[in-house]
Design a protein around this ligand. Sequence first.
Ligand code: EPU
Length: 337
Amino acid sequence: MHIQHNISLKPYNTFGIDVKAKQFVSVSSIEELKDIYTSSAYPKKFILGGGSNMLLTKDIDALVIHLNLKGKQIISQSDNEVLVQSLAGENWHEFVLWTLENDFGGLENLSLIPGNVGTSPIQNIGAYGVELKDVFHSCNALNLETLEVETFTKDTCEFDYRNSIFKQQAKGKYIITSVMFNLSAKEHILHTNYGAITSELQAMMVTEPTIQDVSKAVIAIRESKLPDPKEIGNSGSFFKNPIISKSEFLKFKKNFPDAPHYIVSDKEVKVPAGWLIEHAGFKGKTFDNYGVHKKQALVLVNYGGASGNDILELSQLIQETVARIFDINIEAEVNII
Ligand code: EPU
């Protein structure tokens, strides 16, 4: 294991924020992870996955552990069901492409999401009508107290919209080491109802779409709306779409009858934060070298050289303004460190 000192974390977070790690180590096996956790040499530790869902606002005064566990395999295959497993450090999109090359269905709508496989269950990633929980079988996670690997099922993960047990009671107590997915091997079920997918497939002149076509459509939609973190620093949706009570919604709707919304249950309604932020006047706003993305107001961007605090302050200004205008609180989706 090679411990480095005082290194920049800029290449390891998709916002491209230049903060330093006191120490840094890239870990490629569970044994190495256990060694680190049994040693008393590094009392403070910080886990880094794909770095795609965090805003770093300060230097990390700890040993930063970069999870680099690699490998993917087919565990079992029956007539129409296949179980595939990926280790935590695999890049999410490369893993999705590998499943599609094998003609396994289920992950196509989740194409091009930044980050690693190991962090995908933490916030139950989702896009274009599919959430990770829809194809999730189980995951293995190292219990940082006992140093035993435990298995979490779909039920014990307690998935919800952008949420799971790993953001709640299990937060900071486990490191997810691998994830298993339940995919279709033959009779794929396509999810193309999400408006933009159907029109994108039509534009592609595809009449009988395959899972690969759906993936291409999703990639085209994402590329047209969302900035590529390799070009412009960002962390995808900075905020969660707020879920409000029906009575709050009725009040809101009276003042803003044209706002899009989705019924969650007979008690709750989800309102797109992107719409709220756009109608609060922030879409495309640029402050020096950071701002709000021009094509999707949910995404905050670092055009180069911004600090984590610049972006944090902007996010707070957006929250305050949205609350003042709409009386709705929007919560950050990214982890603020
Ligand atoms: N909208 C606006 N202005 C904007 C953005 C959106 O008015 O600047 C409106 C749209 O017109 C639409 C509604 O808001 O009526 C929803 O927009 P969209 O379909 O683009 O999706 P979203 O709710 O803004 C969510 C996810 C995205 C995911 C898309 C597609 C969250 C927080 N975000 O965004 O996830 O790609 O749906 O399924 O749930 C991510 O998590 O990083 C991410 C990009």
